[in-house]
Design a protein around this ligand. Structure first.
Ligand SMILES: Cc1cc2nc3c(=O)[nH]c(=O)nc-3n(C[C@H](O)[C@H](O)[C@H](O)COP(=O)(O)OP(=O)(O)OC[C@H]3O[C@@H](n4cnc5c(N)ncnc54)[C@H](O)[C@@H]3O)c2cc1C
Length: 409
């Protein structure tokens, strides 16, 4: 009998997208001792980088572009990770275990990670194509915005979410005249309670930001650039417009490949999609959270990083599940806000600390259980807040600053 030697196919993990989740997954795969080929495909012209500083220190000019990179180029070289920048993946073929990139080349994978992130939601009103209407998602976006920022110019920010307010803080500090237009009746409506919304409104107004709630933009007017922002009941002058009205998960590529998607790419607790050997991580996923007992689609770095680690472990044959309480942060002026859990899960609030001194935590509680917490300039307390989620506590003690927070654990 003649034994035929099989042609050796090199093991290969391909990663679509080159953001937080992709960069972390590639590094974690090496930490997990994966020795096969790793290729990361990103349609932006840069190595994986951090997005949070884009609306903070990079926008203000305090942080340079090199410092945004998650890891230096030498890291990928040393770890034998190939990062193909300015390269879009156009198709995934799960049957053949191949992907196609924008120059038509096809590549085979043993396992695939989809980490395509999300993109900005565009405003669909007349004049939105004028050249000083900006969105903020990439380094290129910020470079364009910065070239239009100047002292005493009128900046109109459409959307009073975290990104809008972070930009408002930086632009005000740069001497711009800033206005925030929000359709809801308060800023940060989607993510926190009226207590925090009012606190942030006061904070910004004290610095000179004009906040208009229940204000819907219906058009932009100007010759080549916006000069007037037209709202249902008002008209505002503008030299620069920045729109921050949310994001859309990049799940179309997966959907086209027949992978189950619903408000993002549907994954299980191991970050596996409906197709074995294909995983997904980060903003693009809709995933189960066993601690909160529901499915979530999150837009946060901690989520992208943790899901990436879970994917890497499972891709090398381990059995790791994702179960973290969501947390997030936002920097505005000299204030660091850190949030854990969903404030909407609570039905009452306990405020510990001094709001006027800008150092406090708001606990969102239900039946004496801590469901979520928002901490301002209290990083030590926040570490404990994270551990208090889901715990029953004595609310009087929670309020009383003479009682150490740690003692409630
Ligand atoms: C201005 C700003 C400020 C933020 N601030 C905070 C903060 O303070 N705290 C926090 O926790 N989170 C913050 N976030 C959110 C956080 O950055 C995201 O949750 C995080 O980037 C998600 O990582 P990701 O890898 O899933 O996706 P992304 O970082 O979006 O990366 C996905 C990448 O894949 C690329 N891609 C998509 N499709 C393809 C394709 N077919 N082929 C090749 N490449 C593709 C995309 O262009 C992108 O480069 C902020 C986001 C922005 C934009």
């Amino acid at each position: 009998m003649q034994i035929q030697k099989c042609k050796e196919i090199p093991l290969s993990i391909l990663i679509v997208g080159a953001g937080h989740a992709a960069g972390q997954a590639a590094a974690s795969l090496r930490q997990e001792k994966y020795e096969g080929e790793i290729i990361v495909f990103g349609d932006e012209p840069v190595l994986p980088y951090q997005r949070p500083p884009l609306s903070k220190a990079y926008l203000s000019g305090e942080q340079q572009q090199e410092k945004l990179l998650l890891r230096a180029a030498t890291f990928y070289e040393k770890q034998n990770i190939e990062v193909k920048t300015s390269t879009s993946v156009t198709d995934i073929n799960p049957q053949n275990s191949t992907i196609k990139i924008d120059d038509g080349e096809e590549l085979s994978f043993e396992k695939l990670l989809i980490a395509t992130g999300s993109r900005v939601r565009k405003i669909n009103v007349s004049g939105s194509e004028l050249d000083n209407v900006h969105y903020l998602r990439t380094i290129e976006d910020v470079d364009r915005i910065r070239s239009g920022m100047a002292k005493d110019k009128e900046l109109v920010i459409v959307g009073g979410g975290y990104i809008g307010l972070e930009v408002a803080a930086i632009a005000t500090q740069a001497g711009m005249k800033v206005r925030v237009l929000e359709t809801e009746d308060r800023v940060l409506q989607r993510v926190t309670t009226p207590t925090m919304s009012n606190y942030y409104t006061r904070l910004h107004e004290k610095r000179g930001v004009r906040i208009h709630t229940q204000t819907r933009v219906i058009g932009f007017e100007g010759k080549s650039s916006v000069e007037k922002v037209i709202c249902e009941n008002d008209v505002f002058d503008a030299d620069l417009v920045i729109v921050g009205i949310g994001i859309i998960p990049n799940s179309e590529l997966a959907e086209k490949a027949g992978i189950a998607c619903e408000n993002g790419i549907t994954v299980d607790e191991r970050c596996q999609t409906s197709i074995p050997r294909i995983y997904a991580a980060g903003d693009c996923t809709n995933h189960p959270n066993p601690l909160l007992n529901r499915r979530l689609r999150l837009e946060s770095v901690p989520n992208a990083m943790e899901q990436a680690r879970v994917c890497a472990a499972n891709m090398v044959g381990k059995d790791k599940t994702y179960s973290s309480i969501p947390w997030f942060w936002s920097d505005q002026y000299e204030l660091k806000l850190q949030m854990v859990g969903f404030s909407s899960d609570g039905d009452s609030e306990v405020i510990r600390g001094d709001m006027d001194a800008n150092q406090f935590s708001v606990f969102h509680v239900k039946e004496n259980k801590v469901m979520a917490a928002d901490s301002v300039n209290s990083p030590k307390d926040f570490m404990i807040c994270k551990q208090l989620i889901g715990k029953e506590v004595d609310l009087d003690k929670l309020l009383d600053e003479s009682v150490e927070l740690k003692s409630l654990l």
